[in-house]
Write a new protein. Structure first.
Length: 353
């Protein structure tokens, strides 16, 4: 698949760009948000991502029902939920961007309205588009014209809608595009992950877009973190998952988020996967002993006398670290022995007439 490139660095197979999606799990606390950035950095993320919105610019008050598991997040409407956590202003986002720099990770945030795009473009090396805005033409045009690399989730999107969004971004000036397979359920059941779609998005858009994965499975729910493992193995070069400091915290995105320990363990598994995968260039040096000692050689099945013709019934293939390799069997058949060869002795070329 096409690599994801950011800040002159390539992220490719089994080396994905990892986004810890803090979102609004900070719940309005700047200090908590900073601590989560530091935790994500310690665990090996490449970016700490937030969400920049105002409730009044994202959802109506009276006709925006919830589409998530309300037993986990009982907010009566989207507007009610967003209004609860839309307290950060420009000052807070600048402070978070500074903290991310200090921790050695990228600051990212998803702008949910046109007014947020300019600020995020100033603070971030790339810009994220949420699944629900794949058809948001004005926002796509604004983001496309920024010139920044664009990462777009494709949850709940038809192929034609994704194609239209890609075209809109391209026409607006976007150069670098990354598409993330995503299932817009909170939480996503493991059986609904549809990770095969990573390959499908790559088949359709892989020539011009990098392909990744954005996850909403509970980390402890039937292999939730295994979904990230499989996404990496399938070739996702960007992997995004919600991040929290307390998976047991009520509401918001905590219940389907990974924490520092989950992310550190994922990075450890990635390192193991890379070790197992190795190189595409075959290195037989590590098997030199096996080549020398485990391959069969041509051995005398009986005592052989000088001048005796070497028929198949006079020879046997046995493992040995010396003698003529069995691959030369046809060259040896029909030759004559030029000396006495004891039974069980590997043949040498100098033994043959």
């Amino acid at each position: 698949m096409k690599n994801f490139r950011l800040r002159e660095q390539d992220f490719g197979y089994l080396r994905p760009y990892i986004i810890a999606e803090i979102g609004v799990n900070h719940e309005g606390s700047l200090e908590r948000a900073k601590r989560m950035i530091a935790a994500a950095a310690r665990a090996g993320s490449h970016a700490a991502k937030f969400q920049t919105y105002k409730a009044d610019l994202i959802a109506t008050r009276g006709s925006s029902p919830a589409y998530w598991d309300r037993t986990q997040e009982p907010a009566s409407s989207q507007h009610a939920l967003f209004q609860r956590w839309d307290t950060f202003e420009e000052k807070e986002y600048r402070a978070l961007a500074e903290e991310a720099r200090n921790c050695g990770v990228d600051f990212l945030s998803t702008p949910f309205d046109l007014s947020a795009v300019d600020l995020i473009c100033e603070l971030s090396p790339a810009i994220k588009i949420a699944s629900a805005d794949v058809t948001n033409v004005p926002l796509l045009r604004k983001i496309g014209s920024s010139g920044l690399p664009v990462i777009m989730s494709l949850g709940a999107s038809r192929i034609d809608e994704a194609a239209a969004a890609v075209e809109e971004l391209r026409q607006s000036g976007a150069i670098s595009l990354t598409l993330l397979h995503c299932v817009l359920n909170y939480p996503t059941a493991p059986g609904n992950a549809q990770l095969a779609q990573i390959g499908e998005w790559a088949r359709i858009f892989g020539d011009e877009c990098a392909i990744g994965y954005s996850d909403h499975i509970r980390p402890d729910d039937g292999g939730g973190m295994a979904a990230l493992d499989m996404a990496a193995i399938l070739g996702a070069v960007v992997i995004e998952k919600h991040f929290t400091d307390d998976k047991a915290a009520p509401g918001n995105d905590h219940y389907h988020s990974m924490d520092e320990a989950d992310l550190a363990a994922f990075n450890k598994r990635l390192a193991h996967f890379r070790e197992l995968y190795g190189s595409e260039h075959r290195d037989l040096a590590i098997e030199a002993q096996a080549i020398k000692n485990a391959r069969r050689r041509i051995v005398a099945a009986d005592d052989l006398e000088p001048g005796q013709i070497l028929d198949a019934d006079k020879l046997i293939a046995l493992r040995s670290n010396c003698g003529i390799e069995i691959s030369h069997w046809d060259r040896v058949l029909g030759k004559t022995a030029n000396k006495r060869i004891a039974r069980g002795s590997p043949l040498k070329w100098t033994d043959l007439g």
